[in-house]
Every structure is written in structure tokens, then in C-alpha cells.
Design a protein around this ligand. Structure first.
Ligand code: PMP
Ligand code: GLN
Length: 388
């Protein structure tokens, strides 16, 4: 968490966004939309502020938002959770994940994630004093796929939790039925807890997202995490949630009390409205359709620029291998990209452990986001063509 001089290390996203600002490059690094979510939802938050929803809300989240989360889980996936005891509102998915890990593992425990992994996982596992183990996703013709044998091999008697992520950042992989079944089989066989990060649950293109909590034997051992940031394009509101068995949610709530106490009062009614408003959900469908087109635009542009591209089925990220262009170090390329092409991406090495299997395989990869306006993507693609 600290650099060699003991200073707090900026996350790779903050570092890359700062690089984009400093150089004036197009920012395809940090994943945040350059168009806000539905105006009606923004207005609901503004109305809540003006109506006086400005003091500490209830610790577990406002009843209306907990009910909306439960209703969404049931309508979309048939998952039934009790809004009073099995739903907790958090300050983004980030807090839900941190509180879950801090609540449920400690020194002597191992937490198993996919690799590459979202950067906060390694940090919170370290904060909990636990050990981080991984199973690689490997590039295949149909996208990144889980190495199930490596997953089975990675489990030890110390493994306590699988911290899963699908749709997956940074690869864009959406775990299929076989992969999910394999994870569930391992979790049941070794009696593991599963914390599943499903913040991109809505952002899938032509494939289905299946929550692992719906698989046999999983509901009682799984905490499901999501967030309004990605679904409704309000990443700055930081309203997330976690659902699952009462005992596990209570453990997370206990820790949450001392991390943030409660989460943004006026945003909670706005998100509750969005989760239950057919017009807001139709807006999300429109976002997904437009993201599918933007994915295709960016993938085609990166391919034309000479990258090897693995087309993602979900999220708003695409991984591009720079080896065909003569770069085998994605981190070095990411630092040079603003000067060479006026574009910022994130080196995939930020999502891997040094020297790991996945780290070696993905050393030459850079992650680009396509959650930017079409004209921005077109301009970025034009600029990247200069790399040839
Ligand atoms: N998990 C993953 C995989 C993410 O990509 C993100 C968003 N960057 C988060 C968690 C954090 O979500 P939030 O902004 O709701 O804290
Ligand atoms: N999740 C976003 C990404 O992967 C950024 C969030 C952050 O900056 N922490 O780019």
C-alpha cells in the first residue's frame, strides 16, 4: 500500500487519470462514463437534498433502498432476500468488499481470487492480514476463460474465501455456466465463503450474467456485492450494497459501522427509485446497447492499430496485447502512450502479482475503457493508429 519511501501509493487509476489531465491525452484509463446517468434519477437526488434528506441515514441503509435492492434481486434473478436482515447499503462496492473481507478473514486465512484481479482486492486482503492466492484467467479465442484445474490446485487448508468477480474487470470475461459450476463445486467441497463482485451485472453483451448465489449450495455461503455506479452511470455517488445470509451480512455491517458509519443520505432514495423505475431500467438497456456498439468500435480500432484484442462479453473494458506492435512491457507502453499517441490506458500489470503466471502472460497487455462518447473513441482510435 506504500511506496519504497513509505508514502501512500496512488492507485493506478488515480495515477493514470492524473497523467491524462497533465498531458491532455484522451483518458481511456480509469473506468468512469463521460456522460451522466438518467436526468430523472439525478433530479431525485437533488430533490432529496432540497427536501432535507441531509442527516445521517439509518446504518443498514434506508428501508426504501434495501427494499428496492431486494426487489431487483428477485425480479431479475429470482433471489429472495429479506430487506431488513439480508441487505446492507454501503459506500460503493469498494466498501462492501473491504468490510466483507475485514469481517470474515484474518491472519492465517487465504483469500482466493481470479487473476488478473481488481486492484482493491489485493489491498483489502493485505489490510485484513490474510494471504492472497489466485487462479488465472487465460486468453482464449472466445475471450478470457478460467483455468479450473488451477483453481482447484490453488485451494489449501488455509483457504477461507473465494472473492469472485464476474463480469470481470479487467478482462471483460463473463463466467459461463461451467466455470460458475466449477467455482461452486470447489466452494462446497472445501466449505468456503464466496464474496462475489457483480458491479457489472447489467453490462453484458449477448451473454447472460448468472449470480453464483443462484447455484445449488451457494445461497447460504455467498455475499453478493453490487453498486449503482456502473449500472446507472453515477460512479461518484458511491452507493453500493451487499446481500446474503443474515449472519454474514451482520458481520459486514459490524465492520461497516467503523469504516463509514452510514452512506450518502440523499443518493439512497434516488437509487431506490432508479432500481424500481421501468424508465430508469430502460435507460440502462439503452446504455448496454450503446456500450456494445462502442465496444465494437474500440475493438476494431485497436485491431486496426496493430494490437491483438480479446473481445469482451461484459464490463466496459477491453484488453489489448501490444506485442504485435513490438512492445512486450505494457507498463512502459502505458507511460509512453500519452506522448506517442495522446491516449491513456491502464497497464494490466496493475491487476496481477509480480512474477505470477497471469502476470507473465499479461505483461504486454494494456486495458482500455469504452465507456466514453463515440467521438472520443473515434479520435482515440485515430490517434492509436500512429503507433504502427
Ligand atoms: N469492483 C470492480 C470490479 C470495479 O470495477 C469497481 C469500479 N471501479 C468497483 C468494484 C468499485 O465500485 P464502487 O465505485 O461502487 O465502489
Ligand atoms: N473501477 C474503475 C476502473 O477499474 C475505477 C475505480 C477507481 O478508480 N477506483 O477503472
Amino acid at each position: 500500500l506504500l511506496d519504497a519511501d513509505g508514502r501512500v501509493r496512488a492507485t493506478v487509476f488515480a495515477e493514470m487519470s492524473a497523467l491524462a489531465t497533465r498531458t491532455g491525452a484522451l483518458n481511456l484509463g480509469q473506468g468512469f462514463p463521460d456522460v451522466d446517468g438518467p436526468p430523472s434519477v439525478a433530479r431525485a437526488a437533488a430533490d432529496a437534498i432540497l427536501a432535507g434528506t441531509n442527516q445521517y441515514p439509518p446504518g443498514p441503509g434506508t428501508p426504501a433502498l434495501r427494499e428496492a435492492v431486494a426487489a431487483h434481486q428477485e425480479a431479475r434473478y429470482g433471489i429472495r432476500v429479506d430487506p431488513d436482515r439480508e441487505v446492507l447499503v454501503t459506500t460503493g462496492a469498494t466498501e462492501a468488499l473491504a468490510a466483507a473481507v475485514l469481517a470474515l478473514v484474518g491472519p492465517g486465512d487465504e483469500v482466493l481470487t481470479l487473476e488478473p484481479f481488481y486492484d482493491s482486492y489485493a489491498a483489502v486482503v493485505a489490510l485484513a492480514g490474510a494471504r492472497h492466492t489466485t487462479a488465472p484467467l487465460r486468453a482464449a479465442p472466445d475471450g478470457f476463460r478460467l483455468d479450473v484445474e488451477a483453481l482447484e490446485r490453488a485451494v489449501t487448508p488455509a483457504t477461507r474465501m473465494v472473492l469472485l468477480n464476474s463480469p470481470h474487470n479487467p478482462t471483460g470475461a463473463v463466467l459461463d455456466a461451467d466455470e460458475l459450476a466449477a467455482v461452486a463445486r470447489v466452494a462446497v467441497a472445501h466449505d468456503l465463503l464466496v464474496v462475489t463482485d457483480e458491479v457489472y451485472e447489467h453490462l453484458v453483451y449477448g451473454v447472460r450474467h448468472v449470480p453464483i448465489a443462484t447455484l445449488p449450495g451457494m445461497a447460504g455461503r455467498t455475499l453478493t456485492v453490487s453498486s449503482s455506479g456502473k449500472t446507472f452511470s453515477f460512479t461518484g455517488w458511491k452507493i453500493g450494497w451487499v446481500t446474503g445470509p443474515e449472519e454474514l451480512v451482520t458481520a459486514v455491517r459490524t465492520v461497516k459501522q467503523f469504516l463509514t458509519y452510514v452512506s450518502g443520505a440523499p443518493f439512497q432514495p434516488a437509487v431506490a427509485g432508479a432500481l424500481t423505475d421501468p424508465a430508469a431500467l430502460a435507460w440502462v438497456d439503452g446504455l448496454v446497447a450503446s456500450l456494445a456498439a462502442r465496444r465494437d468500435l474500440l475493438c476494431a480500432g485497436l485491431t486496426a492499430a496493430g494490437f491483438d484484442v480479446v473481445r469482451p462479453d461484459g464490463t466496459y473494458f477491453v484488453l489489448a496485447d501490444a506485442r504485435p506492435l513490438g512492445f512486450d512491457d505494457g507498463a512502459a507502453l502505458a507511460r509512453e502512450l500519452p506522448a506517442r499517441a495522446g491516449v491513456v490506458g491502464v497497464p494490466v500489470s496493475a491487476f496481477t502479482h509480480d512474477g505470477s503466471d497471469a502476470g507473465r502472460a499479461l505483461r504486454s497487455f494494456v486495458r482500455f475503457t469504452f465507456v466514453k462518447r463515440q467521438d472520443v473513441l473515434e479520435q482515440a482510435v485515430e490517434r492509436l493508429a500512429a503507433l504502427r
